[in-house]
Every structure is written in structure tokens, then in C-alpha cells.
Design a binder for this molecule. Structure first.
Ligand code: HEC
Length: 175
């Protein structure tokens, strides 16, 4: 819902900017007709842009995460992930930095990346990174696993967590 609304705002801005030939004729009684047409065209082009942004693969991955993730905003997810990027890579075979590479994370056992020196607290917690556990970790890693070594306060906002988890899922799927 909110995503659809958001995509209308830039469309209105585009319509307001004109861009169609002969906007000067859109005065007086005929104003609503052509303006409405412009808006419709702009909405279509914005929807096309959004559709391009989210590949069919990404849509399928989001669908596989369940209905709670259907409205996930991958652009916001990427933005939120910038806070993780100083310590984590996502690409297949990516380097461990301060934290472990997170490729193939979702659904797997915690603390299972090769050649990363996890804390004993995280190694021994016996966690599996299902979506709920991951959500709890990102919300407050210290509360989920006291004494672990990830120095991150947590993301308070549930939608930000949903979006960053969706982003991780899409970015780390496959090879
Ligand atoms: C300051 C560095 C830092 C930041 C920022 C950070 N992490 Fe971490 N992360 C770590 C470290 C270090 C560990 C390993 C913790 C341990 O062994 O106790 C870790 C572990 C993890 C794990 C467990 C990985 C596994 O293999 O089991 C996940 C998932 C994770 N981080 C996700 C995130 C996400 C998502 C963000 C951003 C919202 C984030 N991290 C931000 C340093 C960081």
C-alpha cells in the first residue's frame, strides 16, 4: 500500500514538470483532461521503473519469505545495510572483515562461516538463522546472545529490520 502511494508522488512531480508538448494549451476548462492523462502516463512509467528495479527473481525470493515480507522495500533495505557494511560483506566468497561474510546466511546454522573466529557465546548459542531469529538479532544482538562480539546497538524499527532482512535474502540467494 505505502509503496504504491510512494510511487504516485514522484509521478505527480513528473506530471507537474510537464515534459509533454504544448503544456501552454492546458489552461482553462481543458486543464483537468490533459493533466489527468499526463499523470496516468507518468504513473505507468514510474511503475515500469519500479518493476525493472525488482527483478522477477527478487520478487520470487520475497514471496518465499512469506507474507510479512511481501511489502519489503529493497531500496530501504540497501540503505539500512550500509550500517552493516563496515563489518560485513554479502557477496559469495566475500572476505570476512570485522564480522563474517554473510552469504548464504538465511536458514543456516549460526557461526558456521569457514575461517571466521566467532565468539564462544555465538558459537555455542545453537542458533539457526531463520527469519525470526535474525530479526531478534538485528533488533538487539546483545539481548539475543549476551557477550557476543558484534558491536551494534540494533535496529529499532521493525520495518527497517524487515527491509534489511529482505535485502540480505535477495542479495545472498544463489551463488
Ligand atoms: C561493528 C561491526 C559490526 C556491525 C556494524 C554489524 N555487525 Fe554483524 N557481526 C559482527 C561480528 C564481529 C560478528 C560475530 C559475532 C560473534 O562472533 O560473537 C557478527 C555477526 C553477525 C551475524 C551472525 C553471522 C553468522 O555467521 O552466524 C549476523 C547475521 C550479522 N552479524 C548481521 C549483521 C547485520 C544485518 C548488521 C547491520 C544491521 C550487522 N551485522 C552489523 C560485526 C558487526
Amino acid at each position: 500500500m505505502s509503496r504504491a502511494l510512494l510511487s504516485i508522488f514522484p509521478a505527480l512531480a513528473l506530471a507537474a514538470c510537464g515534459g509533454d508538448p504544448a503544456p501552454t494549451e492546458n489552461t482553462g476548462a481543458s486543464a483537468t483532461g490533459p493533466a489527468a492523462t499526463n499523470t496516468a502516463v507518468a504513473v505507468e512509467s514510474v511503475q515500469a521503473a519500479n518493476a525493472q528495479e525488482m527483478s522477477p527473481d527478487a520478487e520470487a525470493i520475497l514471496a518465499s519469505l512469506g507474507s510479512a515480507y511481501a511489502g519489503a522495500d529493497l531500496t530501504n533495505g540497501a540503505r539500512q545495510f550500509r550500517r552493516c557494511q563496515s563489518c560485513h560483506t554479502l557477496n559469495a566468497g566475500g572476505r570476512h572483515t570485522v564480522g563474517p561474510n554473510l552469504h548464504g546466511l538465511i536458514g543456516g546454522a549460526a557461526a558456521s562461516a569457514d575461517r571466521f573466529a566467532y565468539s564462544s557465546q555465538l558459537s555455542e548459542a545453537g542458533l539457526v538463522w531463520d527469519l525470526e531469529t535474525l530479526d531478534a538479532w538485528i533488533a538487539n544482538p546483545r539481548a539475543l546472545v549476551p557477550g557476543n562480539r558484534m558491536s551494534f546497538v540494533g535496529l529499532r524499527d521493525a520495518e527497517d529490520r524487515r527491509d534489511v532482512i529482505a535485502y540480505i535474502a535477495v542479495e545472498t540467494a544463489g551463488e
